[in-house]
Write a protein that binds this ligand. Structure first.
Ligand code: TRP
Length: 444
């Protein structure tokens, strides 16, 4: 049998896994979700859920992956025959995310090129509206973005994904620090810092506010850590026994959080400094920020660096999603890596192209007032991801049993496993209960 590919080092794995976690979720979504959910208070709730929900599920997924050394579906099936559906949800979810993720990836590429060739964007709101509504251009950029990512995954684990992550992720961290430092020096920037660092409890005045805050924070924890979609099962399956999973499950969320907070530092103070709205939603990155870039010194160069960094982040995340799908076809269907990348690739490129028309030609196609793009995000973020996460907790906590997970965490006795009792409680009771409560209340 062909030997399974492996990461060349724990550092390589860490860069790839953190690269999967750090993505549009941190740079595009996090600042605007913070903006729309009352600033500092959201960050506190997010932090609590990151520690008590995110990190334990991260450990569970990585352990299942490394124990079985299989793709998400076969891994769950191996733990308990008949449970492949839990991993199957992940493969399906990864596919759904890719369809819209690479549309935004395309927008990022477009903005990057725009800033390379011109010095600023006049009337950013109109520019963004015209671009996102145009019938051809967004599709072309989406296809270019998708093709780059598919090309990387085709090169394999250590030669493709790991290599790119080892270069892109440190650069991204460097760039975001450069931008944050520049932004903090703007006049009135301190108001932006206050907005997301000091909690304003008056933003919460009813029980439904509490639930919506919890729902948004949980969704963001799952999305940002790439949980519930088999990504970490898949990445864990290429991990060596010499790696300490528990340590990795601390490093990854910490790194992810630092980048998310740096993204807020880079974006929100600038928005406040120019008296723009932090609640602008998904347009924050594409229509609010270009306004800021037009009004600061060296704006063009900062903009190029900024969109380059968002591009890096989006690529390292998108490749992790493609790998979830590809590894299934490679292990289970015995396809070559190339075929396992290209065929699913063509399908998600096609669906993504349709989704990219949601803002223009196909904006009339709506279900409950959501366009195709929104429907894909709801399907993946609000439905598949929590359900997938729930089943992973049940599978790990009750069927495989947390004891077996501890054995995997200890790598057969090499590492000491910390907080066993607390972890069992979190995986068996806290996480499933939280997911159910928040999931149900999300429908009201
Ligand atoms: N975590 C990535 C981000 O923050 C997106 C992502 C990559 C993802 N792989 C995933 C989300 C798997 C959910 C599941 O942008």
């Amino acid at each position: 049998m062909k030997k399974r590919e492996q990461w060349s080092s724990n550092f390589g794995f860490l860069m790839a896994a953190a690269g999967s976690a750090v993505g549009l979720g941190n740079l595009w979504k996090f600042p605007y979700i913070v903006g729309m959910n009352g600033g500092g208070i959201f960050i506190i709730v997010y932090l609590i859920l990151l520690i008590f929900l995110g990190s334990p599920i991260l450990m569970a997924e990585m352990s299942i992956g490394r124990k079985t050394r299989l793709n998400a579906i076969d891994a769950c099936n191996k733990i308990k025959p008949g449970w492949g559906f839990a991993g199957g949800l992940g493969v399906l979810g990864a596919f759904v995310i890719l369809c819209y993720y690479s549309v935004i990836g395309g927008w990022v590429l477009k903005y990057l090129f725009k800033y390379i060739i011109s010095s600023s964007i006049e009337n950013p709101s109109e520019y963004f509206r015209d671009f996102s509504q145009s019938p051809i251009e967004p599709i072309i950029w989406h296809l270019i973005f998708a093709a780059i990512c598919i090309g990387i995954v085709m090169k394999g684990i250590s030669g493709g994904i790991e290599k790119i992550s080892k270069i892109f992720l440190p650069l991204l961290a460097l760039f975001i620090i450069v931008i944050a430092v520049n932004v903090i020096r703007l006049p009135n920037a301190v108001n932006g810092l206050k907005f997301f660092l000091i909690p304003d409890f008056s933003a919460i005045d009813s029980l439904s506010d509490v639930f919506s805050l919890l729902l948004n924070a949980m969704g963001q924890v799952f999305f940002s850590l790439s949980l519930g979609m088999g990504t970490l099962i898949t990445y864990g399956s290429y991990l060596s026994r010499e790696s300490n999973i528990q340590k990795n499950a601390v490093y990854i969320p910490v790194f992810d959080l630092i980048i998310a907070l740096l993204a807020c530092t880079a974006i929100l103070p600038a928005v406040f400094s120019f008296e723009l709205e932090p609640t602008a939603g998904s347009g924050l990155l594409f229509s609010t920020l270009p306004y800021v870039f037009s009004h600061i010194s060296y704006g063009k160069y900062i903009a190029v660096i900024f969109f380059l960094l968002v591009f890096f982040a989006a690529v390292t995340s998108a490749i992790s999603l493609i790998e979830v799908i590809a590894s299934y076809f490679i292990d289970n269907r015995k396809w070559s890596r190339k075929k396992a990348c290209v065929i699913p690739g063509i399908i998600f490129m096609s669906i993504g192209s349709i989704a990219s028309l949601s803002f223009g030609r196909l904006s009339y196609l709506r279900l409950f007032d959501n366009n195709i793009f929104d429907l894909l995000t709801i399907l993946s973020d609000k439905i598949i991801m929590p359900i997938g996460g729930f089943f992973i907790c049940i599978l790990t906590g009750y069927i495989w049993n947390t004891k077996s997970m501890y054995e995997e965490l200890s790598s057969g006795g090499i590492f000491k496993v910390y907080f066993k009792k607390t972890l069992s409680f979190l995986i068996r009771y806290f996480a499933p209960a939280m997911i159910i409560i928040i999931f149900i209340t999300s429908f009201f």
